[in-house]
Write a protein that binds this ligand. Structure first.
Ligand SMILES: Cc1cc2nc3c(=O)[nH]c(=O)nc-3n(C[C@H](O)[C@H](O)[C@H](O)COP(=O)(O)OP(=O)(O)OC[C@H]3O[C@@H](n4cnc5c(N)ncnc54)[C@H](O)[C@@H]3O)c2cc1C
Length: 530
């Protein structure tokens, strides 16, 4: 039997980490939202284990600033060992600029994190979750999207919504229904991932030169051994992750046996001290969808792109997708901007994602070398580079700024640094002043045009607000007296003098409708490049 359902503003398909974050953002934005998820529990197999400070800023923006740090542990960096089992490369997390800033890299246990994000949805009466419902069909016309979903009994429901976020993962049914192909960037390796609880000390082998940061469980270890590449990650508490590359000819069933696991892990710790929680074999791939938006349907997360996890960025990409898309959809759905604004989603996000996918593929190609001679050559090359940069490059340095889209190309595109400001004499993270809105942080008073109100912009006076001199120094380096910050904490522009002309360009980029932006000609994305 088919049951009719009332219409929603937004239908989110899939409640993995990306769908769950998108649903929190949608709840906060006031969208009448329905989330459908085929499973009734968060995914049980080991996957993501680290996220960066930008993602922590998204979590804080959805009111989870206390709950999530309570289940994370900072990761200080990563050491790569070469074929001779001695260090060839070190990534160090940048030190936090201030104790209020978030850690650059945060280790977590995915089911625990997802439980917190999902629980956050109970705060929003405008968000409904229907677990145990699998999307089977989707269609759209000019006014909205119609989807069909079935439950375990085979009962079908039909859902109407104005927009659809496809957060349904790598095998996305929505992407397939829209016949959107994937661009294969050309990486494919199988790795066994094992999550454990360890109840005894590591016994670091004498055959390997293990730096103290790894011995103290502050850093992860990438063993680029051509006999079998492996990764060891010290999780929070007793949690420890082990990842082993499968060799050509090895079948999944060959490696997921108690004897095999005991032998591998037994090189590093007494296997009797190890409780295996879960194992899974993954095929690491690098894929990017050709189109991320089809009309009223947007692809987010693994539905739009898949990244080999050598820099721990796959989930982070998807959460960035959601954080960016939600404010654009809010402007469009409220009638302030026209649909053209949604075109900037892929324009901004795809180059960002591809830069990290390419870096991950390049890193993976080096890590996964099985030819001993090639591994020795790699080690020599890495050591030469390492001498030059003295281990100073951080994992998060691979995350680029936005280079195209809703930014002023000359002065914008980067994330707002995590400044600390004085608010009534109290030190606070700058994000707490942004309120998820367009923000003009300024040292000078300005009148803003009506369009600024239409996009819900606000002004924050930062005179005498700098707690530690960093914000003043940063502005001084740019000869700037103000910063226009987007709702996702990326900088639209910096400058000095009257910001009105820059704001006028911003309103054009946002595709404001005529009622909101009278007498403004539309400027294409192309015009921003000149
Ligand atoms: C070994 C490994 C390690 C990784 N490490 C990291 C890391 O450290 N950091 C990081 O950022 N990323 C990491 N990643 C990547 C990360 O796990 C993924 O990018 C992330 O889980 C994708 O989230 P998602 O919500 O887009 O998709 P998913 O997590 O796959 O969620 C999709 C959801 O949609 C549901 N669904 C699917 N089809 C339907 C349907 N038809 N109807 C209804 N519901 C549906 C599914 O049940 C699922 O709940 C790693 C990946 C692997 C494999």
């Amino acid at each position: 039997m088919t049951t009719g359902f009332p219409d929603y503003d937004l239908l989110i398909v899939g409640m993995g980490p990306v769908g769950a974050v998108a649903a929190n953002l949608a709840g906060q934005a006031g969208f009448r939202t329905l989330v459908i998820e085929q499973d009734s529990e968060p995914y049980k197999l080991p996957r993501a284990i680290v996220f960066d400070s930008e993602i922590m800023r998204v979590f804080a923006s959805i009111g989870l600033a206390d709950e999530i740090p309570a289940v994370t542990k900072p990761l200080g960096g990563s050491v790569y060992l070469g074929a001779d089992r001695k260090p060839i490369r070190t990534f160090r997390a940048h030190p936090r600029a201030h104790p209020i800033a978030w850690y650059p890299s945060n280790l977590f246990y995915q089911p625990q994190l997802e439980t917190i994000i999902r629980a956050g949805l109970s705060r929003y009466p405008n968000v409904t979750v229907m677990s145990g419902h699998r999307l089977t069909d989707v269609a759209q016309d000019e006014s909205g999207v119609t989807a069909r979903a079935t439950d375990a009994t085979g009962a079908t429901i039909e859902i109407g919504a104005r927009y659809l976020f496809a957060c349904d993962g790598a095998s996305s049914a929505v992407r397939k229904a829209l016949a959107i192909p994937l661009d294969d960037i050309g990486f494919e390796e199988r790795w066994l991932v094992i999550d454990t609880n360890v109840h005894g000390p590591m016994r670091w082998p004498d055959t390997h030169e293990i730096p103290p940061e790894v011995r103290s469980n502050a850093f992860s270890l990438m063993v680029c051994d051509p006999e079998r590449p492996a990764t060891l990650i010290p999780g929070r508490g007793t949690h420890r992750r082990w990842e082993y590359m499968l060799l050509p000819g090895e079948r999944d069933a060959d490696v997921v046996t108690p004897d095999w696991l005991r032998t591998q892990i037994g090189c590093w710790i007494d296997p009797d001290h190890v409780e295996i929680i879960r194992t899974a074999v993954y095929r690491f791939r690098a894929l990017v969808a050709h189109r991320w938006r089809a009309g009223r349907v947007m692809l987010l997360g693994d539905a739009a792109h898949q990244t080999p996890p050598f820099f721990g960025q796959g989930m982070c990409h998807g959460i960035r997708d959601a954080a960016q898309l939600i404010w654009k959809l809010k402007l469009v759905d409220s009638g302030v901007a026209d649909h053209g604004l949604l075109d900037s989603y892929q324009v901004e996000r795809e180059p960002h994602v591809r830069a990290i996918v390419n870096a991950s593929v390049a890193a993976g190609a080096e890590v996964c070398k099985l030819d001993p001679a090639e591994a020795v050559a790699r080690d020599a090359a890495f050591r030469a580079i390492e001498c030059e940069r003295a281990g100073q490059v951080a994992m998060t340095d691979i995350v680029p700024p936005i280079r195209d889209g809703i930014i002023d190309m000359k002065s914008g595109g980067m994330r707002l640094p995590e400044f600390v400001v004085l608010d009534s004499g109290v030190e606070r993270h700058i994000d707490t002043l942004l309120d998820g809105r367009f923000t003009l942080l300024t040292l000078d008073p300005f009148d803003t045009p009506p369009e600024w109100d239409a996009i819900d912009g606000h002004i924050v006076d930062i005179t005498d607000a700098d707690a530690d001199g960093r914000m003043t120094g940063w502005l001084g380096e740019r000869a700037a007296r103000w910063i226009i910050v987007r709702p996702d904490r990326y900088i639209y522009a910096t400058g000095s003098g009257d910001p009105a002309p820059v704001m006028a360009t911003l309103f054009d980029h946002l595709h404001l409708r005529r009622a909101a932006a009278p007498d403004q000609p539309t400027v294409s994305m192309e015009a921003n490049r000149t």
